[in-house]
Design a protein around this ligand. Sequence first.
Ligand SMILES: [Fe+2]
Length: 209
Amino acid sequence: MKETRQERAPNAKETAMSHQAATVNGHTISQSQKIATPHLGMSDEILASSSVILNRVLSNASLLVIKTKKAHWDVMGPQFYSLHKLWDEQYETLSERTDQIAERIRFLGGFPIGTATGWLEHAVVHENPGRIEAATDAVRELMEDHELVARVLRKNIEELEGKDVGTADFLTQLLQDHEKMSWMLRSFLSGEAVESIGSAPRKSAPHLA
Ligand SMILES: [Fe+2]
């Protein structure tokens, strides 16, 4: 069916929202800012639920950005250079992805969480404040974080199928990034190359489903 100009016009709710304070994903928008709901062929409910999912994805990715950079700073031992470099590359990838996730939330009319408090509240990834990990343990922890995020993303993608195909596709690409990053870290454990501070590597198999 051909889309008419009239179908693109703001609805009553949007018009009303443009003249008063509004709350979107827990963000309060001031009265002076106009808000128009995106007209992308998805209901307000689907747009809102995609933003909620993406904000959880953003929270996990943002904590992984911080944890990966911290591992890059702390690493010691014979594998120093390889891990220091690998974690810097993974940090760059994750930083780029956080920007893309946040901007996708805006595409859908939502607002990205931009506070450490908010990320901690919505993430499944956990921090270990004050702990300096042995290289092997840091590799294993980050590998498990990437696997955990991959498993959550797989569920998110299933949830979005048939509702928001664009976000499902976007998250599928992100899932592949986490699978690749976990593989790179798993390869260190499998090769028994990381024995910087006494921890003996254990056998490690993917845990992605
Ligand atoms: Fe650096």
